[in-house]
Design a protein around this ligand. Structure first.
Ligand SMILES: [Zn+2]
Length: 61
């Protein structure tokens, strides 16, 4: 009796880092979020960084 062990599982894609979206020049929302994003990044708060990235990406300017 052999137990099958899968050693080649598909790599999880959840942790794939996306490039940071650029804040639109002239958009106060984006500029504010980008500034706070940098503060969060400096603090190592990646959850917040990701939150701001989502906000900037979804911004309609
Ligand atoms: Zn914007």
């Amino acid at each position: 009796m052999t137990k099958r062990v899968k050693t080649m599982e598909a790599a999880p894609v959840l942790g794939l880092p996306l490039p940071d979206p650029e804040p639109a020049p002239g958009c106060k929302n984006c500029q504010g979020w980008a500034r706070r994003r940098e503060t969060a990044r400096a603090a190592g708060n990646w959850t917040r960084v990701s939150d701001f990235n989502v906000l900037i990406r979804r911004c309609v300017h």
